[in-house]
Design a protein around this ligand. Structure first.
Ligand code: AHR
Length: 506
């Protein structure tokens, strides 16, 4: 029997405009993300700068607005100076974060050039692990100062007459994590972030800064970390970060697909802590959220434990994603849209080869299953998020309690002539008929219905079989008498685009 769900929207019940930066991504000096991923000099698939053209094309297809760089755990031991200037003079270093050799053949100037070709902006992270405020300020001077100072003139000497003008800066990475080089207590980090943010904004008042929140909701310090850090650096920062990865480790797919409800609770909790500190400080300033690492990460755990140490650009964190991962990624993106009022930045971690939607070999590039929900949400999830009420049957999940079978959100485009519904049916056994009363939105008809469904939850795209899991076109969604109806097959992801037909535009 088909189960039924109702979606309720109102043209005046608006969550917020989406900040396009929630469709951001991340490139770390890790595994083959840089070397053999975005940068592969000498390969016939690369351009004159050594950038892989096939990868650039796929990144542009995703319409990635911003890419975080250069880490990640890597940044906490990084000397940015190693990666600028004449290539032959750059030192090789032991990267203690990932136990590999970093050649520094690629650095921030190359990344800035790559970002231009990828049509994206840079979100730069500074090392607050083994270094501090002074080095962060020097890096900012190198990147953003016009000229006439030591570091800005050094940039010019390196062939970059114009500043890179990077406006978004992460103050360290996962400083709450004992695995982090230079790991700090919340008090130590809060003070460091405050002083670093202050110095950096003295140099360039136009930048925005992101302080480290918890590296996962499961950290024992979660909550007190956020509160203490915010207490100490509230005035110097604009965003607080959240990081969250999920994995179907025990093979309970119903529970795994409910993980986006966990993300929802995490976002709500961090928002509440930000507002608690705001109230305590009697501040008018609102801190927004940056989910600057999120994805599925667990498939590669065992292979990574077996890797040899101190080699260059190994096959590290190369998760091969399956169909159920695409469902969870689609649902996580819906969760992010539903929090568009506070979540302004999010970075899928990562972009190429390392826990990534795009994979490469020496002879080509292909899209993992998670590429597709990411791409469609990035392309059509921009505009105004409508507060979407979901009335659907629930199922009990082991970790997250009662969870709705349906996850859904509507986004209205800026031109006012399109409404896009993103939806997931999490149920492993039941098809779900959704209806939505659209009489407040007259003149719309179904323009396109893209969906992902598959009998095999474990189906993957690989180099040999890159198109095994692909989106397809549905034909069952319709609007009749002002009511949208569609059947969402068991365990499936959907994007239904509604368009105002010309004759009906008011
Ligand atoms: O994205 C992979 C790693 O996950 C990052 O380096 C780190 O910040 C996080 O723990």
């Amino acid at each position: 029997m088909v189960k039924k769900a109702q979606l309720i929207i109102d043209r005046y019940f608006i969550t917020a405009k989406t900040d396009p930066r929630i469709f951001g991504s991340f490139i770390e000096h890790l595994g083959r993300a840089v070397y053999g991923g975005i940068y592969d000099p000498g390969n016939v698939l690369s351009n004159e700068h050594g950038f892989r053209k096939d990868v650039l094309e796929l990144v542009r297809r995703l319409k990635v607005p911003v890419v975080r760089y250069p880490g990640g755990n890597f940044v906490s031991g990084y000397h940015w100076e190693d990666g600028v200037g004449p290539a032959e003079q750059r030192p090789k270093r032991a990267d203690l974060a990932w136990h590999v050799i970093e050649t520094n053949a690629f650095g921030l100037n190359e990344f800035s050039d790559w970002a231009k070709e990828a049509e994206t902006d840079v979100m730069m992270a500074v090392n607050l692990g083994t270094r501090g405020a002074e080095d962060a300020k020097n890096l900012l001077e190198y990147c953003n100062f016009k000229g006439g100072t030591y570091y800005s003139d050094l940039r010019k000497q390196h062939g970059y007459a114009e500043p890179h003008n990077i406006k978004l800066w992460c103050l360290g990475n996962e400083m709450d994590g004992p695995w982090q080089m230079g790991h700090k207590t919340a008090e130590e980090y809060g003070r460091t972030a405050a002083e670093t943010g202050r110095l950096m904004k003295m140099l360039d008042p136009e930048i925005e800064t992101v302080a480290c929140g918890s590296s996962s909701v499961t950290m024992p310090t979660f909550g007190t970390w956020e509160e203490t850090v915010l207490d100490l650096c509230y005035d110097e920062i604009d965003y607080l970060s959240l990081h969250q990865y999920y994995g179907n480790r025990d093979g309970d797919t119903a529970d795994y697909l409910a993980s986006s409800a966990g993300l929802d609770a995490f976002i709500q909790a961090v928002t509440a802590i930000c507002d608690c500190v705001k109230a305590k400080k009697r501040s008018k300033k609102q801190i927004h959220l940056s989910l600057d690492e999120w994805n599925v990460w667990y498939h590669s755990d065992e292979a990574d434990r077996a890797l040899p140490k101190w080699v260059q650009a190994p096959h590290q964190l190369e998760d091969v994603y399956n169909f159920e991962d695409a469902l969870l990624v689609g649902s996580m993106l819906i969760t992010m849209l539903r929090h568009a009022d506070r979540l302004k930045i999010a970075c899928m971690a990562q972009l190429v080869n390392v826990i990534a939607p795009i994979m490469t070999s020496e002879t080509g590039a292909w899209c993992q299953t998670i590429f597709y929900p990411y791409m469609y949400t990035s392309l059509y999830g921009r505009g105004t998020v409508l507060n979407t009420i979901i009335q659907a049957p629930k199922y009990e999940s082991k970790t997250y309690g009662d969870v709705s079978m349906a996850d859904a959100v509507f986004v209205a485009n800026d031109d006012g002539d399109a409404l896009t519904l993103f939806a997931v049916n999490r149920s492993l056994s039941e098809n779900l008929e959704i209806t939505c009363d659209l009489r407040q939105f007259p003149g719309y008809s179904v323009e396109e219905h893209i969906l992902m469904s598959d009998d095999d939850l474990k189906a993957e795209n690989t180099e040999k079989n890159p198109n095994r899991v692909m989106p397809k076109t549905g034909d069952g969604a319709l609007i009749d008498g002002g009511r949208l109806t569609a059947v969402l097959e068991k365990h499936s992801w959907h994007m239904i685009r509604l368009k105002k037909t010309k004759e009906n535009i008011a």
